[in-house]
Design a protein around this ligand. Structure first.
Ligand code: ATP
Length: 241
């Protein structure tokens, strides 16, 4: 369980998150939306334990949070198989087990023959799939995705989002996922939070659409994002601490 209570986080004198409350239960899948610079990655870094709040409480009982970035961040001088095995070995997994897990997850992400390849030989989509295999092989109980598919074309993005959602459901990990694409995000998650002006607004699909389809939820989120991304006279200003 991740629980933020009245958490405030500032960089210098600028408040990024302002007394927010947030809970992420085991196995829950939550999307994070907001305009550029709103504080989405900051929320993920709090969840990963990479940042500490200035005030409030951050209770985190997830033991294996794992952050996946927009770029695959593979070691270019090691094979794909090694890229998956090295972090496993570093976390104490025996050699044989590491090999088995790497092979299993390369098959799961549809890269069964890529183990001996160098990262530079893979397409962008293949490299991101290898990064997902590396992440799932580490058996995270909390997966934090920071726009992991945004550099890919729409068809590939949709395919990888689906694959990732299947793997998250299979492993039972909790998911916190940033995306700028509400239509894809609603297929991956059960609810969303929108960050704006340091505040966090929750969109429970059942409640915010009166039980209508996820398509309706995506439409509402898209319209909300457009409103927030268009500066208006009443737009909330970020506060200075
Ligand atoms: N280490 C840091 N030091 C100072 N300012 C920072 C630091 N990290 C982030 N910021 C600032 O905090 C604000 C929120 O950053 P964050 O990366 O969380 O935004 P974001 O919503 O993820 O944006 P984007 O969608 O563009 O990635 C930005 O104004 C950013 O410049």
């Amino acid at each position: 369980m991740l629980e933020l209570k009245q958490v405030t986080l500032s960089f210098g004198r600028t408040k990024i998150l302002d007394a927010i409350d947030f809970r992420l239960e085991p196995g829950a899948r939550v999307g994070v939306l907001g305009s550029s610079g709103a504080g989405k990655s900051t929320l993920l870094k709090l969840a990963a334990g990479l940042l500490k709040p200035n005030s409030g409480h951050c209770l985190n009982s997830y033991r294996h949070p794992l952050l996946v970035f927009q770029e695959p961040r593979l070691l270019p001088w090691r094979s794909i198989q090694d890229n998956i095995e090295i972090p496993l070995r570093a976390s104490g997994v025996p050699k044989n087990e590491a090999r088995l897990r790497a092979t299993h997850w390369l098959e799961r992400v549809d890269l069964p023959d890529a183990g001996k390849a160098w990262p530079g030989e893979l397409s962008g989509g293949m490299a991101q799939r290898a990064a997902l295999a590396r992440a799932f092989a580490l058996q995270p109980d909390l997966l934090l995705l920071d726009e992991p598919f945004s550099a890919l074309d729409p068809a590939l993005r949709a395919a990888l989002s689906r694959l990732c959602t299947e793997c998250v459901k299979d492993t039972g990990a909790a998911l916190l996922c940033i995306s700028h694409h509400p239509h894809e995000l609603v297929e991956m998650v059960d609810r969303c939070v929108l960050i704006e002006g340091g505040q966090l607004q929750s969109f429970d699909f059942e409640n915010s659409t009166n039980g209508r389809s996820r398509e309706a939820a995506a439409h509402i989120l898209h319209q909300t994002l457009l409103r927030h991304e268009t500066p208006g006279p009443d737009q909330t200003k970020r506060t200075v601490a």
